[in-house]
Each structure stands twice: as structure tokens, then as C-alpha cells.
Design a protein around this ligand. Sequence first.
Ligand code: BG6
Length: 507
Amino acid sequence: MSNEKKVLFTIFGGTGDLAQRKLYPSLFRLYKKGNLGEHFAVIGTARRPWSDEHYRTVVKDTIRSLNPSDEEAERFASHFYYQSHDVNDSSHYQTLKELADRLDEQYQLEGNRVYYLAMAPQFFGTIVAHLKSQQIVTETGFNRLIIEKPFGSDYQSAFELNEKIRQVFPEEAIFRIDHYLGKEMIQNISAIRFANNVFESQWNNRYIDNIQITFGESLGVEDRGGYYDHSGALKDMVQNHILQVLALLAMEPPVAFSEKEIRSEKIKALKAIRIFEKEEVLENFVRGQYAAGDLDGQQFKGYREEDKVDPASTTETFVAGKFIIDNFRWSGVPFYVRTGKRLTEKGTRINVVFKQVPVNVFRTDIDEPCTDPTLPPNVLTIYIQPTEGFSFTLNGKEIGQGFSTGPIKLEYRHSAEMVENSPEAYEKLLLDALNGDGTNFSHWEEVAQSWHIVDVIRQVWDQEQPDFPNYKAGSMGPQAAFDLLEKDGFEWIWQPDHWYRERGKLE
Ligand code: BG6
């Protein structure tokens, strides 16, 4: 049976960065693999007055690194059509509809349509309303909406947006992108947990001390200052990516590995996360903003000096916090999270820290009561990026006479070649959406609950003036992020800044 999908994509924001960096190359990979064949077409829309010809040249440029032959690139790009479009002007949707209907016939697409919203979120509602009022959604075939983040800027705005969208698309036709859910090792969390009894049997508060999720970025805000200064790290990373990953780590095993079952478990996990009172926010969450700094001889400017950022900005570029999950499995196990811009290294990883053995039988002061086991804990690390894999740290006997123990790391990493050849997150997610599989997308209830969790943190922070900037570019964030764990008797397992400090590359 052929995997080939018949579909018309309409991309709102077709000239934008996301379309060029992610969507066109992903569509090309799907084309090369035969998931898209001759029966597909793409309409790119944006305000700029581009011709089809120019648009196709741009599309060809975006796939150059994938080394297509000239003929292949030409054939692929011939499926792309450009429509200059003002999203607020109803008459423009008429032109769009005519083009869509014509392409449907020309490529025999059977009314299957995917609308991709890859533009400023304030237009999402208007676009969706017009898709219906101007009868662009078809009566036959499937009509699906793929929508980029941010989905609202708090619960209320997300709710209102969702209401508008639901007037046109049913929940199962809405694919809210969280590109982290397309990443190989995030998808692997479920395999590690549910395909290995050795872990799943220990995956609870009897055996796990704490779980640490670090989403570190070495880049600053680059050219996204305008967006970022109104968002900040809490909304940009915690509300979506981090809480999604936390849900995958914390959820109960689903009855089956299906969209419906996984969703229902993720929602339950998110609902078990404590929504904090003001005092709890202040105790459990810290924020930071980077000052100028240097790392390994390279100078970086401070956040407030970045382009399109308010010079007195109080936007956080760093968040660390402790989530508490109030259910039988996790009661008493802190989930520490940390994310920030301009940190020491780009690295996304999860450290699952197991409890220490109750008694250290190898201690030398055998006559003393043993209160402190002092053996390093077993740690399961899931490396999400830039390398992919996992490691498990055990204690073993050190070679030689006598009996001392030391940590041994069992390690597995995907090879560079495997990573290179594995589908990109966007490619996987686009194919999922074409297959109508919403497993790796955020369901409305997940989004809503995540906003409830994050909104209270935001509200408390908005009432207080932060003492910014409070960490140097190139470091792993403000001191408060280290204190947060220390006061619980823990420490961050991943400390790349130490590595740099030890070598004199960071003050
Ligand atoms: C995006 C955020 O969702 O994720 C960005 O808006 C962030 O600020 C990016 O840089 C990180 O994604 P990745 O895949 O590079 O880790």
C-alpha cells in the first residue's frame, strides 16, 4: 500500500523563518521518502508580494543542504504556490479559496487540507474564523489545523483562542505543536519507562529522590527580542516544553500506547501538579536575567543591550523551580526544572536521581551508627540534545586491593550518523498530522492546565520588582537556582559551568 498522502497545505507565514528553516526542508524529506508524491501542493501566504517563481527559488534554497539533484529540487518546488495575503481582509480569502480549489482539482487532492499557522499569534483567531466563513474548509476530505505556539499568553487568552478555533475545527483536527514532542529522546522517555521493568518498578517515591530537567541554551535572544521581551522564559519554555516533558516522566503507564490513553494519563499527571499559593511560588521558583559575560574568551552582551529589548526590561531569561506532584506515586519527590538563555552550554537533559542505599556497609567507621550513606546516588540521565542517548551511574568496586567503591557510568549515545539520518522533529510531527495522529501534540486540556500552573507564578512575579540582571552570560544562572536545591539537601547533577571554571574558561 502506498504511504503517499494527498493534501493541500496552506501555510500562513510562508515567507517566515519557521517555514524556511523547518517546514520546507521537512516537507522535502517527506517527499523524498514517498509520504508526499505528485498529489500534494503548498500555498504559501504572507503579506509580501512574491511571485510563484520567487517563492519556488526560496523553497529550493531552503532544501539545498539536503543535496537534492537539480531536477528533484525543481520537481518538488513546482508544487509550491504563493499568494500575497492580508489576514484581516475577507476578499483575500476569496482569492485563496479559488486557488485552493483549483489546486485541489489539478493535483486531485480530494478535499484534504492542512492549514498551518506559522505567524504572529494575534492573527490565529481571525484566520481560523475566515477559513470557515469564506468556505475554505472543504466538505469532503480532512481539514486539519496545525498551530504553532504560543497558544495564548495566559489561561484566559488561551481559552478564548480555543473557543474560536473550536467553532471551526473539532479537537481531533487541531494539532498544537510542541516541537519538543517530536524529538527522538523525548519520545524515548516512554520506551525507557514502559519497556524496562528495571526502571518502571522503581519509578516512584520509594526509590526516586528527585528528578531534574534542564533545558539550557547557550544562545541569547538573537533577533527575537521583540517577541521574547513580552514572553520571558516561563511562558516561552516552562508552560509548554518543560511541562510536557514533566507529564511524560510523571504519568502513570497508559493502558495502551495510543493517543487517547497517553493523553488521558498526561492530563492526570498535569492535574496532580500543585498549583502554588503566593508563598510557595516565592519559595519554589526563581528567575534570572543575563548580564554581559564572557565564556572561553568570547564576550556576550547583557539581555538589556539586545536588539528590540527594553533597556530596563524585567523579563526573565532564566527560570528554575521545583514542582510538587500531589499523588501517591510522587508525593515527596521534587521535580526540579531549569531553563535559560546564554547559559554555559546548549544542553537538554533529564536526570533521574535514585535514592541512596539505606546503609553504607562499606563505611570504615563501622562502630559508629551510620546516618549518612555517602555513596553517590544512581542516576539515570536522558540526553535529549545536542547528543542523544542515556546513561546510568552505578557504584562498583574500584580495581585493586582493599575495598573502595566508585561510580561507574553505563553509557549509550546514538551515533552522529544515526542522529543525522533520523527524521527531524518537524518532519515527524508533520507526518503525524498527515496521519491524523495527535499523540505528539498538546491537547487543549493539557494546555489549559499548564497555563493554570504557570499563571500563578507569573502573577506573583509581576507584583515584585526583580533584582536584574543577576547572572552572567556564560554561567548556569543565578545563585538562587543552586540554593533552591541546596536547601533541600540536593544539587544539580549537571554542572557544565564547573567544567569550564576548572579550566579557567569561566570566572
Ligand atoms: C522555542 C522557544 O519554543 O524553543 C525558543 O521559543 C527556544 O526560545 C527553542 O530557543 C528551543 O528549541 P530547541 O529545539 O532549539 O531546543
